[in-house]
Design a protein around this ligand. Structure first.
Ligand code: ROI
Length: 287
C-alpha cells in the first residue's frame, strides 16, 4: 500500500495533434496525475519541505505539457510522467492521463484519453573489464549510468581482480556490481547499457573473449524473464564467483527469485564447487 497525491483534470490549452489544424489552433486538454510517494513524514511533521508540493508538481506538468507540440497524446503523457519522476526522486511511481475532449474526429464523443504508468524498479548490474585501464572503464561506465536521468545508482561494490572464467585464455578481469533504481523496462535498460558499452569501445569479436567493458543485468526486482534478447535473472550468475562475491558485499541476503537462495548461500555453493573442480585427484593407497 502506498500513499499518493492526486491532481485531477489540470486544464491546459495546448497544441498536440496529428492534424496541422490542431498544431495551429490548439485545443483544451485535461491532465490528471497520481504521484505515489510516502506521506508518513509530512503527515507528522506538517512541513512542506518533507513532501511534494502539489502546486509545484502541477506547474511542472503544465510547463512540460505545453512547451512541446507532439503528434500523439501518448508522447505528451510519457514526457510529462518522466519529467515528474526525474524531478522528484521520492515519487516511486506515477499514473498520468491526458484527455482531449474536443478531439476532431468528426463524431460526437464525450472524451478521449490515454493513461500511462511508470514505477521505479530495483536492478543489479554486473561490471567487468579486462582490457586497458580496467578501473577507468568501470568508473566511466558507472558515471554514464549515473548521468542517465532514468537511472540512479543506489549501491556500489568494490572492484575485485578475478581470473577469467569460461575457458577462453585471456587477461585477468576487474569486476564489480552496482544496484540501481530505474523506471526503465528491462529491455530499455538493456539498450541503454549496450549503448554505454559501445560508447566505451566494446567490440563483439570473440564470444566470451576480452572486453573493455561488459555490463550485464543480473536481477530486476523479482522478475523472471526468458526471452531471446534477455534472460533475467542472468542465466549463469549462480556459477560466477566474480558476480556473487561483489553481490555479497552489497546485498548478501537478497534472495534469487528462481533458486530461492540468498547471494551468500549461492556464493558459498559456487566457491565450494570451484574448489572441488580444481582439487587434486585423491591419493590412492596408504603411504
Ligand atoms: N571472467 C571473469 N573473471 N570476469 C568477467 O567479467 C567475465 N566475463 C565474461 C567471461 C568471458 C565469461 N568470463 C569472465 O563474459
Amino acid at each position: 500500500m502506498m500513499d499518493k497525491i492526486t491532481i485531477k483534470n489540470l486544464h491546459i490549452y495546448a497544441y498536440h495533434g496529428v492534424h496541422d489544424s490542431e498544431k495551429e489552433t490548439g485545443q483544451n486538454f485535461y491532465v490528471s496525475a497520481v504521484l505515489y510517494t510516502d506521506l508518513y513524514v509530512p503527515g507528522h511533521s506538517d512541513k512542506l519541505d518533507d513532501t511534494v508540493s502539489y502546486s509545484d508538481a502541477a506547474k511542472l506538468i503544465y510547463r512540460v505539457f505545453s512547451e512541446n507540440k507532439y503528434d500523439l497524446i501518448e508522447r505528451s503523457a510519457y514526457t510529462v510522467a518522466e519529467a515528474v519522476l526525474n524531478e522528484y526522486p521520492q515519487v516511486e511511481g506515477i499514473e498520468l492521463s491526458v484527455s482531449k475532449p474536443e478531439a476532431p474526429i468528426g463524431l460526437e464523443i464525450e472524451d478521449v484519453s490515454v493513461s500511462v504508468e511508470l514505477r521505479r524498479h530495483t536492478a543489479y548490474i554486473a561490471l567487468g573489464s579486462n582490457i586497458g585501464d580496467r578501473r577507468e572503464y568501470l568508473d566511466k561506465a558507472v558515471g554514464m549510468i549515473e548521468e542517465s536521468p532514468e537511472i540512479s545508482v543506489t549501491g556500489r561494490s568494490s572492484y575485485i581482480e578475478t581470473k577469467p572464467y569460461g575457458g577462453v585464455k585471456q587477461d585477468d578481469f576487474l569486476n564489480g556490481v552496482i544496484k540501481v533504481r530505474t523506471y526503465l523496462s528491462p529491455f530499455i535498460l538493456l539498450d541503454r547499457l549496450q549503448f554505454i558499452e559501445n560508447r566505451l569501445g566494446r567490440e563483439r569479436k570473440i564470444h566470451w573473449g576480452p572486453r573493455t567493458i561488459d555490463l550485464d543485468i543480473l536481477l530486476y526486482d523479482d522478475m523472471i524473464l526468458d526471452s531471446e534478447k534477455l534472460t533475467i535473472p542472468h542465466a549463469d550468475m549462480i556459477n560466477r564467483e566474480f558476480v556473487l562475491k561483489p553481490m555479497c558485499e552489497i546485498a548478501p541476503n537478497l534472495v534469487h527469485p528462481v533458486y530461492k537462495k540468498s547471494m551468500r548461500q549461492l556464493f558459498d555453493a559456487a566457491s565450494l564447487a570451484a574448489v572441488n573442480s580444481n582439487a587434486e585427484p585423491p591419493a590412492v593407497g596408504i603411504q
